[in-house]
Write a protein that binds this ligand. Sequence first.
Ligand SMILES: [Zn+2]
Ligand SMILES: [Zn+2]
Length: 238
Amino acid sequence: MEKAPPSICKWIQTLELGYSDVEKPPDGGICFHCAGRHAKLLKCARCKVATYCQRDCQVEDWKIGKHKLACQSYARVGPSMQIDDEDDKQQACNELFGRIRFYVCPYAVHKATTLGRGFLFIQSDRTLATMSLTLPKDSYGRPTDNRALLIYYLTLGEFDAEVCREDFEMATVRTKLQEAVENYDEEDEIVILMRFRCGHVSLGTSALVPDHRVCKKLGIDYYSESTAAALQLNIDDS
Ligand SMILES: [Zn+2]
Ligand SMILES: [Zn+2]
């Protein structure tokens, strides 16, 4: 078993809103290695999600390291496409935030200079399980999905007026969110609130990466021209 990376975020509160929305596993009709379409495929015995047209493809996919990296993320989700374990959910949120923090930390620092204290509201119209997968590329090296995160920098006032009005269940995190927004160290950290289609919500803080001074400079470079209300990041690009 590979060792889990050190925790990127400190989670303050996690909850499940009252939905139970599950997505289908990634296309089972495709060989995860050669991307060939076949009626009958072998399944990886570890994760029970990845499929292969033949043993050679499976061995090669592991050998080149592609599935070795992805297998853990599939195993956590399994054929049910749900993450059941609370620690696994936190770990999935950590990894996801780790993938975007170099973009969103400068964004938050930049927004804070004009809007004041607030937090990053990170939203996805996909489930946490789906967002946590390391998906295969097709035979041309193109991503096989198009998973996006929508990121808003909000003040508490905006949270009340905009988020809670449309989604009253989000008021459940109001107390802890206020505490976090009033107490975080602006030079060192940011407050994040993640929300997924499956109803999973995570509230936490994360250290600024890069540091505050660099974030401030990058924020001006990247975002001072932008008039968009939100930042959209596609995690399948690159
Ligand atoms: Zn194949
Ligand atoms: Zn596997």
